[in-house]
Write a protein that binds this ligand. Structure first.
Ligand code: ZN
Length: 174
């Protein structure tokens, strides 16, 4: 059932957005999200995580190969703090997710939205930043280099300066 759902979801994404650059969360950090799944014991929780991670990995690979068939491309972006960072003012803290719930409430500017939509906005902005770099340098990284700690810190610093507005459109200038 999961495999079928992944096929349906990935197909819908690439058909609705042809000739697009599709940003996906880098899977290494998916645990931040799946942690909230409740399990009876540690073993169950571990199994939940492994299963969820596998399922996301499958969805990612389906989106990636189907994207190419529709003149699109999928890239991966750093997932760190995507569900804790305010897309509007940049304020980043755990408390932006009161009671670790699904609702995001910025403790600085009171921006309120479903946490998954906040995550999606942050990923979209990071993807646009990579697109901007791509246009400027001719180089595109399909996945973040997580082995270089300094480079990663530099990327996170740049992400912290990103701001979402309702007229944010996929243009070279953010
Ligand atoms: Zn805010």
């Amino acid at each position: 059932m999961k495999q079928n759902t992944n096929h349906v979801v990935s197909k819908r994404i690439v058909l609705q957005h042809p000739q697009s650059l599709i940003g996906l969360e880098h899977l290494t950090d998916i645990r931040e999200r799946t942690k909230r799944r409740k399990g009876k014991n540690a073993k169950q929780r571990k199994a939940n995580r492994a299963f969820s991670k596998w399922s996301f990995a499958e969805l990612h690979s389906m989106i990636a190969y189907k994207a190419l068939l529709h003149r699109s491309m999928a890239i991966k972006v750093d997932a760190n703090y995507t569900s804790q960072a305010c897309p509007k003012c940049g304020h980043t803290c755990k408390e932006n997710r009161p009671n670790k719930g699904l609702l995001f409430v910025c403790q600085n500017c009171q921006y309120t939205l479903h946490a998954d939509l906040v995550g999606a906005r942050n990923i979209a902005m990071r993807t646009l930043l990579l697109r901007q770099d791509w246009i400027g340098t001719g180089l595109l990284s399909v996945r973040p280099d997580v082995s270089d700690v300094e480079a990663k810190a530099a990327r996170l610093k740049r992400y912290a300066g990103l701001r979402w507005s309702s007229d944010t459109t996929p243009s070279p200038r953010l």
